[in-house]
Write a protein that binds this ligand. Structure first.
Ligand SMILES: C[S@@+](CC[C@H](N)C(=O)[O-])C[C@H]1O[C@@H](n2cnc3c(N)ncnc32)[C@H](O)[C@@H]1O
Length: 257
C-alpha cells in the first residue's frame, strides 16, 4: 500500500510542498524564493487567477494569505496527453514527460481516490490535503474568457513556453481587474548595450518547449501594447532547477490596469 511519504518522495512533482514533516520532490522549491514575487502580505477580499498553475504552489499560497477565491487554470489534463504543442523534433521527449502524469496516477491511485480525485492533479490533491478551498479548471491562456475577471491575475514561468506570448498577454489583460503579476524564466540577460531593447531570442531548437528567451523590455512592451498602464519590473533572481542542478534566471513584473 503506497503512503503519502512515498508519493512526496517518488511521485511526479513540479513544486516542493511542505506538509506534516514531508517535502515533495519538486523541480522548483518556490517557497525559498517567494519574497522575489513581491506579493502583498494579505489578499483578503480578493479574487485570484493562477494561469499555468501546474502543481499550484502559488494558488495555495494565495489562499493561505486570505484570498476569497482562487482559481488555478492549466492546459494539462493529467491524463498523460501533451499540454502544449512542442516543436515536431522534440515531440516524443515531451510526450514521455507528460505521460508521467498518468503513470503517477496509476502508481498512487489509492491516495488520489481517497480524496475523490480521478487523476494526478497535484493542485487538487494538495488543496484536499491542506483543506484549502481552491478551484481548478482545465484551460488555455489563449482563451481565458470562460473564467471571467479577477482582482489579481498571475502568470508565472509560462510566457517563455508559448508560441505566441503576445496573444497570451492580451488575454491576461482582459482577465485582469486590478493587477497582473508575470514571472518570466529562462529570462534573457542583456548587457548595458542591449538593456533597453525589446528582445526575444528563439530557443525552440534547444528543447522544443521553451520557445523564447525574453528580455524585460520585450515583456514590458508587450504589456504596454496590450493596454496595461503602469508596468514595473520588481525583481530579478536565479532559481535552482532541482532536477538539473542549474540556476534559471527570472524576472518578476507587476502590471496594472
Ligand atoms: C513551467 S510551468 C510553471 C508553473 C508555475 N506557474 C510556476 O511558476 O511554478 C508551466 C505550466 O503551464 C502549463 N501550460 C503550458 N501551456 C499552457 C497554455 N497554453 N495555457 C495554460 N497553461 C499552459 C503547463 O502545463 C505547466 O503546468
Amino acid at each position: 500500500m503506497v503512503d503519502l511519504k512515498e508519493l512526496f518522495e517518488k511521485g511526479r512533482w513540479y513544486h516542493c510542498f511542505r506538509y506534516d514533516g514531508l517535502t515533495s520532490n519538486g523541480t522548483y522549491d518556490v517557497a525559498n524564493y517567494i519574497e522575489h514575487y513581491k506579493f502583498d502580505k494579505y489578499y483578503g477580499g480578493k479574487t485570484v487567477l493562477d494561469v499555468g498553475c501546474s502543481d499550484g504552489y502559488f494558488s495555495t499560497w494565495m489562499k493561505e494569505h486570505g484570498a476569497d477565491r482562487v482559481l488555478g487554470v492549466d492546459s494539462n489534463k493529467y491524463d498523460g496527453s501533451l499540454a502544449f504543442v512542442p516543436s515536431i523534433a522534440f515531440k516524443q521527449i515531451h510526450q514521455e514527460k507528460y505521460a508521467q502524469y498518468a503513470d503517477d496516477y496509476a502508481v498512487y491511485r489509492p491516495l488520489y481516490e481517497k480524496y475523490g480525485l480521478t487523476n494526478s492533479n497535484k493542485l487538487l490533491f494538495m488543496a484536499k490535503l491542506m483543506e484549502l478551498d481552491i478551484e481548478f479548471r482545465t484551460g488555455s491562456i489563449y482563451d481565458l474568457s470562460a473564467f471571467g475577471e479577477f482582482d489579481l491575475v498571475m502568470c508565472n514561468d509560462l510566457l517563455e513556453h508559448l508560441r505566441d506570448p503576445i496573444t497570451a498577454i492580451e488575454q491576461l489583460y482582459l482577465a485582469t481587474k486590478g493587477k497582473c503579476i508575470i514571472t518570466v524564466s529562462s529570462a534573457l540577460k542583456t548587457g548595458w548595450f542591449d538593456r533597453k531593447k525589446a528582445l526575444a531570442l528563439y530557443q525552440g531548437h534547444v528543447s522544443g518547449g521553451s520557445f523564447f528567451s525574453l528580455s524585460e523590455e520585450a515583456v514590458k512592451a508587450m504589456c504596454a501594447s496590450a493596454g496595461f498602464k503602469k508596468i514595473e519590473v520588481v525583481s530579478r533572481f536565479e532559481m535552482l532547477n532541482r532536477r538539473h542542478g542549474t540556476p534559471n534566471s527570472h524576472f518578476v513584473l507587476h502590471a496594472y490596469k
